[in-house]
Design a protein around this ligand. Structure first.
Ligand code: SF4
Length: 376
């Protein structure tokens, strides 16, 4: 591929066949879209319950059974969790395969391949925070919600403008995530879904809303969730704040409405240190890469390198540097600018993302694992 853009080697350009590594949520969510452009020869998964099965007419093989095809067919790692990607890499490298020659992560693949081969600006994931209000006060909230003194109201118009600017620059997003605060608390999640359903559903593969399960969505929102085939992720923190009955009520609603949902219990977070005791990493780039998050933040007509930075700024705890976000206003149709945007989204940045110096992040270099949802 082009020397100026991306990391994939030249011979990725002509591929028609791929293998996917991992039969988890990412594969289930995107396999149909990938199958429109590629012949998927096999899915690699070493889980004894999955190997030697068939998924959507595609054989699921363990790594050793798939080995004869490796090297002849590019492999896409179907996860954006750094620790899982790393263990997949180790396994493939043990077979003599090389990253960017023989395999790469889904986030890089969709951005580089579609830009180089089809001049389409595709990105894997974007998160949009529709409110900073929340019904809980989680001690290690990575959006720093308990530290807000003022919660500025975001208007429907502002949200729509951000979406319009975003889709004027990007052709496709695989994972559009609506987050908060608590997204069910005001009408903004409905406003975003209304706008997406009217204009942009053909540009998104999968929409997800993350809720803490304390608030019942209003009727209009329920209708839009169904219309947009949104998946709901319920993060259950009821161990630390007794609202289990509300989660049951919410799940009953999803069952009744045939809405796809998952309840995640006993979650763990990393303590980011910020703002109570900010970190001070000297090797910022190394630390940022170790963290490796893909949750770029779409807010206020900007894409923040990391949604955490937007929220730290919004809470009045930090002032973002210009290299920490992209402005989406102006410059439509300029390919050089589009390429710069894609580089930024991929994390191929020239300047330091300064906030990473202060933030513990999600990588293996932050050992501070804490139970999710402990209340302040
Ligand atoms: S270390 Fe950087 S990229 Fe990771 S969560 Fe913190 S601010 Fe975001």
């Amino acid at each position: 591929m082009s020397k100026q853009f991306g990391k994939l080697k030249e011979d990725w350009k002509n591929i028609k066949e791929i293998m996917l590594y991992g039969l988890g949520n990412v594969t289930r969510q995107h396999i149909d879209t990938l199958a429109k452009d590629f012949n998927i020869l096999a899915i690699i998964d070493n889980d004894p319950e999955k190997e030697n099965t068939i998924f959507r007419d595609i054989p699921v093989l363990n790594i050793y059974d798939a080995e004869p095809k490796c090297g002849k067919c590019k492999i896409i790692l179907m996860t954006v969790v750094q620790s899982i990607q790393k263990s997949m890499k180790r396994e493939l490298e043990a077979l003599g395969l090389k990253e960017y020659e023989d395999f790469c992560g889904i986030d890089r693949f969709v951005t580089e391949w579609y830009w180089i081969c089809k001049k389409q600006a595709r990105i894997y994931q974007v998160d949009m925070a529709v409110t900073t209000l929340c019904s809980l006060k989680c001690k290690n909230c990575n959006m720093f919600v308990p530290y807000y003194h003022n919660h500025e109201k975001v208007t429907e118009e502002e949200l729509k403008e951000s979406l319009d600017f975003f889709f004027s620059k990007f052709d496709y997003v695989y994972h559009f995530s609506i987050v908060g605060g608590e997204p069910f608390l005001n009408g903004n999640a409905a406003a975003v879904l209304r706008c997406l359903s009217e204009k942009y559903l053909d540009k998104i593969d999968h929409i997800k809303i993350t809720t803490n399960g304390t608030v019942m969505p209003r009727e209009e929102l329920v209708k839009l969730i169904k219309k947009c085939h949104v998946e709901i992720k319920v993060s259950d923190y009821s161990k630390y704040s007794s609202y289990n009955h509300k989660i049951k009520q919410l799940c009953a609603l999803f069952e009744e409405q045939n809405i796809s949902y998952r309840v995640l219990q006993d979650l763990e977070w990393k303590d980011f240190g910020f703002p109570h005791s900010p970190c001070c990493y000297s090797e910022v780039e190394k630390h940022r890469k170790e963290c490796g998050v893909t949750w770029r933040g779409l807010n206020e007509k900007r894409i923040y390198y990391c949604n955490v930075i937007w929220s730290a700024e919004k809470a009045g705890l930090y002032k973002a540097f210009p290299q920490e976000y992209l402005s989406l206003e102006g410059g439509d149709g300029d390919h050089t600018k589009q390429e710069d945007m894609l580089r930024f989204v991929l994390g191929d940045v020239d300047k330091e993302i300064n906030f990473c110096r202060l933030c513990g992040g999600c990588g293996a270099d932050n050992q501070a694992v804490v139970p999710a949802g402990i209340q302040m």
